[in-house]
Design a protein around this ligand. Structure first.
Ligand code: CAA
Length: 285
């Protein structure tokens, strides 16, 4: 048996990290939220506050639940502030070097029995595990965006992940009220292996002039019953993240069918990253 999880550390207070902290505190876990600066942590806390207020207005939680859940989340300014955590989930930028550096610097601050997880959406769990001092206690726990709404969490073992870590993680996801699905450690796992080539194809469809942004999104919303059109979804995920995932697929599977669309590359080079920069396929300014 693995350790019982009571306190969860989250590294990265952005879109995914704040969502993970949110659902963990709603489920009664103590949360320690870390990012590069006090400003980023505070921005993450403000996002959580806003999303919990939305849940109160929808009647999903009470105002008292919101207050206690917010109190359970404490800022962690340094990795030493994560020292009491039973599990630390990394949700930093989708960049292998950034993630490896975090794990190397983080591990000396943790208890020897603490688990370490990554929310990577595409990078090899086995390779990331090798940057830690505990590959057997390392696992991929991949949440979907928006985390408070999406039911699925992908669970991915690295080559060395032990059964106790897998079982504890599965139980943890269950306590969050979510459903886990097992994926093998292949580039982009299951959801993004299927979803991102679809989004990339939508961008090619735009690039080749087959349809306008609005036509492509309307076609897929009303023609395939997707809740969002693929270009709207790309803006929502972040075009930099979409490009990173396509690059991991392209390099990892060495197949030209995963070649990132040149238009996606150009938008990222322009700094048009979607909603977070207020400009992507749509203009949010
Ligand atoms: N926090 C809390 N609640 C939220 C929320 C948030 N951030 N965002 C939306 N909600 C809630 C709303 O309050 C609403 O609740 P009720 O059903 O109780 O009314 C519900 O979610 C639906 O929201 P809205 O009515 O505002 O809007 P919508 O009906 O258009 O749904 C959506 C929004 C849930 C995001 C929907 O458009 C959707 O499912 N889109 C697709 C999302 C998707 O595909 N995500 C996967 C991305 S890929 C990924 O994450 C993997 C990766 O690694 C890149």
């Amino acid at each position: 048996m693995g350790i019982e999880i009571k306190t969860v550390g989250v590294i990265g207070a952005g879109q995914m990290g704040s969502g993970i902290a949110h659902v963990c505190s709603n489920a009664g876990f103590n949360v320690r939220l870390n990012d590069l600066s006090e400003e980023r942590i505070n921005a993450g806390l403000a996002t959580i506050n806003g999303n919990m207020a939305r849940q109160v207005s929808k009647g999903a939680i009470t105002e008292a639940d919101r207050q206690t859940a917010l109190e359970r989340i404490k800022p962690a300014r340094t990795y030493d502030d994560l020292g009491a955590c039973d599990i630390v989930i990394e949700a930093a930028t989708e960049n292998e070097e950034v993630k490896r550096k975090i794990f190397t610097n983080l591990c000396p601050s943790l208890r020897p029995d603490a688990m370490v997880a990554t929310n990577t959406s595409s990078i090899s769990i086995t390779r990331l595990a090798a940057a830690t001092d505990r590959p057997e206690k390392f696992i991929g726990i991949h949440f979907m965006n928006p985390v408070p709404v999406m039911q699925l969490v992908e669970l991915i073992r690295g080559i060395a992940t032990d059964d106790a870590t897998y079982e504890s993680s599965k139980e943890f996801i269950h306590k969050l009220g979510k459903t886990s699905t097992a994926a093998e450690d292949f580039p982009a796992f299951i959801v993004n292996r299927i979803l991102l080539p679809m989004i990339n194809e939508a961008i090619y469809t735009l690039y080749e002039g087959v349809g306008s942004v609005e036509a492509i999104d309307t076609a897929m919303r009303l023609g395939a019953n997707h809740p969002m059109g693929p270009l709207q979804l790309a803006d929502f995920i972040g075009l930099d993240t979409c490009l990173s995932i396509m690059q991991v697929l392209h390099e990892g599977l060495a197949d030209s069918k995963y070649r990132p669309c040149p238009l996606l590359v150009k938008y990222v080079e322009a700094g048009w990253l979607g909603r977070k920069t207020k400009r992507g396929f749509y203009d949010y300014r």
